[in-house]
Design a protein around this ligand. Structure first.
Ligand code: GDD
Ligand code: MN
Length: 375
């Protein structure tokens, strides 16, 4: 089947117009929406030099293959297919890097971003001097469609948190619908976190100088086909992005997570200790079991929380646990050594205790980063 009926202006030689704008569309299982989206784009962008770059994470529903088929009939259509990768933000970044267009628009592939707002986003940059044009659901004339109360409230909350953390007054910093001038993107690029869903927030926070922003209200549409990928993980990644953009400047977020896990490990230790002592065991037995349990607890929690992006599985999980035990044992030796040395130099017992804990924790963090969860 040919798809040139989809493309309103496809008989025009593409080279006739210099490339003005690329629309980057991240996709994960959006095969049911791709053709409609392209048809809509070709109407609102007719008369401009444009292309659309789909960045598809190897969707099982065959989104990539479908885009390629359409692309054989139209040079407006391009695809970056990523294998073994995930993530909306990184998909957007790689899509932008794959095009030469001086203006790049980003929109979802599920038709929730009405493409009729696209020319206004582009022209805010091309004609009115904005560096970034943001499609907003919260301005006059904007709207969030048929989201239920819960999702609407959550979105408002997350929006507020983002605005406060980043000190931005953009009304919809969570928007996935925006256009940016290529040079502005390139200035932010070296500092982007590119984790999670919130690429716009990331761009705003990573720009070395505040961007000239235009806000363009639009109506968020209801998703008709396919399903949303927002879930617990997306929310966790959002929290991580905010942490990275605020305290992350001073302390690595991974270290903070590691320390949080270690703090929980203390409670596990005490709970196990108490339970075993209660059962009548000798202290040395109870303490040994408690330490072993707490280390295992820390290992598994670090593996799925602190190092979710490098999670060890199968045999490597067993090896990881063994290395973590070895590292923690040396960490304990360092802890006791430093603590004892400090106790000889400072009257306050707790200063010596804390010094031991800090050195032990840093040792554990550094060594497990280098060995247990090495890249
Ligand atoms: N390549 C790739 N990789 N694409 C992805 C991934 C991924 O891991 N996850 C989601 N997408 C694509 C989807 O296929 C869709 O085209 C787009 O990204 C948005 O995903 P949805 O799952 O439809 O997100 P949503 O509608 O719940 O969230 C939208 O609204 C948020 C505002 O609350 C998005 O626009 C968000 O960016 C926006 O922040
Ligand atoms: Mn959506």
């Amino acid at each position: 089947m040919r798809h040139d009926t989809l493309i309103a202006d496809s008989p025009l030689p593409v080279a006739a117009l210099p490339l003005e704008v690329a629309v980057v569309v991240p996709t994960l299982n959006e095969a049911a929406n791709v053709e409609k989206l392209i048809a809509g784009l070709s109407i609102v962008l007719a008369g401009r030099g444009w292309e659309v770059v789909f960045v598809d994470d190897n969707s099982p529903d065959g989104t990539s293959e479908l885009v390629r088929r359409i692309g054989r009939d139209s040079r407006h259509i391009r695809i970056v297919q990523r294998v073994g990768r995930r993530g909306l933000s990184s998909a957007v970044v790689e899509g932008i890097l794959a095009t030469a267009a001086p203006i790049v628009a980003v929109m979802d592939g599920d038709l929730q971003h009405g493409e009729e707002a696209l020319p206004r986003l582009i022209d805010a940059i091309a004609e009115r001097g904005a560096e970034l044009a943001v499609g907003t659901r919260y301005g006059a004339g904007g709207g969030i469609g048929d989201w239920d109360q819960g999702r609407a409230r959550m979105s408002r909350l997350a929006t507020r948190a983002g605005q406060i953390a980043l000190g931005t007054d953009v009304s919809d910093p969570m928007s996935g619908f925006f256009a940016i001038r290529r040079d502005a993107f390139e200035r932010a690029l070296p500092r982007l976190s590119a984790v999670g869903f919130k690429i716009l927030l990331d761009l705003l926070a990573s720009s070395p100088a505040p961007l000239k922003v235009a806000e363009i209200p639009y109506q968020f549409r209801t998703r008709e086909a396919g399903e949303s990928k927002i879930g617990a993980r997306v929310i966790a990644e959002y929290a991580e992005l905010i942490a990275d953009k605020t305290i992350g400047r001073f302390v690595p977020v991974r270290l903070l997570k590691f320390l949080m896990v270690g703090g929980l490990g203390v409670f596990v230790h005490l709970a196990v200790l108490r339970a075993i002592l209660g059962a009548g065991s000798a202290f040395v037995t109870a303490q040994t079991v408690a330490v072993m349990t707490a280390i295992a607890f820390n290992f598994f929690l670090n593996n799925s929380f602190t190092y979710a992006d490098r999670k060890l599985k199968g045999w490597r999980l067993a090896g990881g646990l063994a290395s973590f035990y070895a590292i923690s044992a040396l960490g304990a030796v360092a802890n006791i050594g430093i603590g004892t040395w400090m106790a000889g130099h400072d009257e306050r017992w707790w200063v010596a205790g804390v010094a031991g804990v800090v050195v032990g924790a840093i040792w554990n963090f550094a060594m497990s980063a280098a060995l247990t969860w090495r890249k």
